[in-house]
Design a protein around this ligand. Structure first.
Ligand code: ATP
Ligand code: MG
Length: 278
């Protein structure tokens, strides 16, 4: 099953700036894909289009085999329920603890207290930071904050996890640990897309690879050799083993719950908690 499909997608910004030009790609359900390419190549633009933070200038975009190209602003939060995003600059709320950063997401989703606690502790242990749950974001190292940003992106159990440069400014060991964490999340069935300049990591984890330059996807033959081990070429994607997870039974845009938390995941201001929540 396809999770992300771009068909001839163009994104043009004002003043003729090309974000993407004629990008077609498919990432399968349960897949793990890297987006690579120099600064300004269009990696973040792809993520913003998946997240529907932007609309393409032309072309079509499908998520979980449903077209999202022209969804309305009111549908966007429903889409984002299914997509976790990890921003390079973390965007954690510095005035509350790690636990409360995570708890807030579930609070606005209307999840009961005991279940919130269970899920917060569960994602915190997935990223190895349960013991720091009462710390504030600025008391954590960059790598630890990165892990919390990942925990927050997966706490609502998304179909897709987008991680934009998740190892920027981290040392090689920490970067590898973060990648392993993303890989474990992928092994539980979440489709993971990672934008990165860290070609050392790309070489170590054989996953689907897309290389962009100036908004265009290069053909495989033109991928830089730096992405491979010496003498090696990558003809075929290596399929990593993934647990089967159940596909959504209804439309990913179905309006069945309060999706406001997803605005928050998207980096906007969190909405106020419901009046009965405190
Ligand atoms: N909101 C915007 N307005 C105008 N131009 C934009 C906007 N967002 C991106 N661009 C342009 O689109 C192109 C692609 O940008 P994008 O952020 O996708 O690159 P990137 O591959 O993520 O780069 P980096 O590795 O530096 O993060 C760049 O030329 C950029 O200047
Ligand atoms: Mg970027």
């Amino acid at each position: 099953m396809e999770m992300i499909r771009f068909e001839n997608v163009y994104k043009e910004y004002a003043h003729n700036i090309t974000g993407l030009a004629d990008v077609s790609l498919v990432i399968n359900k349960g897949g793990f894909a890297f987006l690579c390419g120099p600064s300004g190549a269009g990696k973040t633009t792809i993520m913003r289009l998946v997240f529907s933070a932007e609309k393409p200038t032309s072309g079509r975009i499908f998520i979980s085999e449903e077209e999202i190209t022209d969804i309305s602003l009111r549908q966007v939060p429903y889409l984002r329920r299914h997509i976790g995003m990890v921003f390079q600059d973390f965007r954690l709320l510095t005035d509350r603890t790690i636990f409360d950063n995570l708890n807030l997401i579930l609070l606005v989703l209307g999840i009961p207290s005991a279940e919130r606690k269970r899920r917060c502790l569960s994602v915190l242990s997935q990223v190895g930071l349960a013991h720091r749950r009462n710390a504030y974001p600025l008391q954590l190292s960059g790598g630890e904050q990165q892990r919390i940003a990942i925990a927050r992106a997966i706490i609502a159990d998304p179909l897709i996890l987008l991680a934009d440069e998740p190892t920027g400014n981290l040392d090689p060991d920490t970067s590898w640990d973060i990648l392993q964490t993303l890989r474990q999340i992928n092994a539980r069935g979440t489709t993971v897309v990672v934008a990165t300049h860290n070609y050392g990591l790309v070489r170590r984890l054989h996953a689907k690879l897309f290389y962009l330059r100036k908004g265009r996807l290069l053909p495989k033959e033109e991928y830089p050799q730096i992405l491979y081990h010496e003498g090696e070429t990558m003809e075929e994607e290596v399929v990593l083993p993934t647990l089967e997870s159940t596909p959504p039974e209804k439309s990913i845009l179905a309006k069945d719950s309060v999706p406001k938390a997803i605005n928050y995941q998207g980096g906007f201001e969190p909405p106020p908690p419901p009046p009965d929540a405190r």
